[in-house]
Design a protein around this ligand. Structure first.
Ligand SMILES: [Zn+2]
Length: 158
């Protein structure tokens, strides 16, 4: 049986642990530490250009039904379940009177996401979805990463 300390160390050595983050719209959630730093970058640089990001989904727990997602994930294979994806308010943005149009806001959102190290799900039709994919595709590596992150989540919430 592992001691708690060694379990944390094992999770940390894997390089894919979770850390707490507060995201406007979602509140307290967890993401991968690299995702956390990308998100903090993204929120700051979008805000610098007049766009306050509003999140609608972040970490997802395996086996818990997802409500209102553009893409209904099959099984628990989404990068959300690994703390490596978020959804934001995007298509429903409106023009700011005397300020940025909705299209200008979306342009800022996409360009600051890319410069913060995130990829955009719009390339496969999931326009609200921004992510980091360490493997470039779904597969066994992603599934084992999701298992590790779900284990980290259970550890942090027991
Ligand atoms: Zn998503």
């Amino acid at each position: 049986m592992l001691h708690e300390g060694s379990r944390v160390e094992a999770l940390t050595r894997s390089g894919y642990t979770l850390q707490g983050i507060n995201l406007p719209g979602v509140g307290d959630t967890y993401v991968d530490p690299r995702m956390a730093s990308a998100l903090n970058d993204w929120m700051a640089s979008a805000a610098d250009q007049g766009v306050d990001l509003r999140f609608t989904s972040a970490f997802r727990i395996n086996g818990v039904a997802v409500v209102g997602a553009v893409y209904t994930p099959v099984g628990d294979t989404s990068l959300h379940n690994a703390g490596l994806a978020v959804d934001i308010r995007y298509d429903r943005l409106t023009d700011i009177p005397g300020g940025l149009t909705a299209d200008q806001q979306r342009e800022i959102i996409r360009s600051t996401a890319i410069s913060s190290g995130l990829s955009w799900g719009g390339s496969f039709g999931d326009r609200v979805h921004f992510f980091i994919d360490p493997y470039g595709q779904a597969g066994s590596n992603r599934l084992s990463l999701i298992q590790t992150q779900q284990q980290a989540y259970r550890f942090l919430n027991k």
